[in-house]
Design a binder for this molecule. Structure first.
Ligand code: GUN
Length: 282
């Protein structure tokens, strides 16, 4: 039987519905500021999507675009000004940054309460220590997508392939918080197909087109493809389409995790606005 398609558009719409309901009870409008350096086409496209969606929800959203050669100190000064700006709830610096800029320094400069990406070490620590905080959007989107389709993660054997700070590592933390049994595999993992075959839920976030073949997947597994690889003008996931023959459910690329990342950014922006005003989320 062909695998069920887990639509990110459908699950994202449920997130937007929930956000709209919460916004109706508020006396303020959340505001998002996105900073982009240079004209990397993927970054331009992602930032446009974020800004468009924020505006569609009625958020105050502004994109600040700077030249690729903006000095690190100038970027840090701009972030300091936005940290101090009472009108700004969420700050996002689009990655990757040019090589002359120390990314970690920039991420640590963003106030943790405005850190809608969840990349500040304080939020990373809170993710792992079980506290309340702002957590990365793509991993949040993966968990939310699975929950939308009724996947119970408790006690399940979940294998995450890829250990990036943006997806793999924070996703492992979130899955642990959901009581999953988590394996974090990566490019140095020995006999990777043997490890992925153990998974009841398999999440792949490595950026290698069609890496995961059907022999890597356990019969009936749920497979989440976080990969977005541009190959000859086409968008390809990290999971080969033949996996649909063995998986019970699979996320499409595009239209799977991507829309969820944007949805969870919108949710984080609302959370940040509430956290900063009340110290709690409403
Ligand atoms: N580039 C790719 N993914 C992301 C993300 O989640 N946040 C930011 N800021 N940049 C990214």
């Amino acid at each position: 039987m062909a695998a069920q398609v887990l639509s990110g558009h459908e699950a994202a719409e449920a997130v937007y519905e929930e956000i709209r309901a919460r916004l109706r009870g508020l006396s303020f409008t959340p505001s998002l500021r996105v900073i982009r350096l240079g004209e990397d086409p993927a970054s331009v496209a992602y930032v446009r999507l974020k800004d468009k969606r924020a505006k569609a929800l009625g958020y105050r959203s502004q994109v600040e675009v700077y030249p690729e050669d903006l000095p690190e100190e100038a970027l840090l000064e701009r972030i300091a000004a936005l940290n101090a700006d009472e009108e700004v709830d969420g700050i996002l610096v689009q990655l990757p940054l040019p090589p002359h800029i120390r990314t970690q320094r920039v991420l640590e400069a963003i106030h943790p309460l405005k850190d809608v990406d969840g990349f500040h070490p304080l939020n990373v620590g809170r993710l792992w220590s079980g506290g309340k905080g702002l957590f990365p959007c793509t991993p949040l989107g993966v968990v939310r997508l699975l929950k939308h389709y009724g996947v119970d993660l408790r006690g399940k054997e979940v294998v995450v392939v890829g250990r990036s700070n943006i997806v793999g590592k924070p996703l492992a933390g979130l899955l642990l918080r959901e009581d999953a049994t988590v394996t974090l595999a990566h490019s140095k993992t020995q006999d990777l197909p043997e490890v992925t075959r153990r998974a009841q839920v398999l999440v792949v976030a490595v950026g290698r087109p069609h890496l995961v073949r059907k022999a890597w997947v356990r019969e009936g597994a749920i497979v989440v493809d976080v990969g977005v690889n541009r190959v000859e003008g086409r968008l390809l996931g990290d999971v080969h389409p033949e996996v649909a023959e063995v998986a019970s459910a699979l996320t499409p690329v595009p239209g799977g995790v991507g829309p969820m990342t944007v949805a969870m950014l919108m949710r984080n922006t609302l959370e940040a606005a509430l956290l900063r005003r009340h110290g709690v989320s409403g």
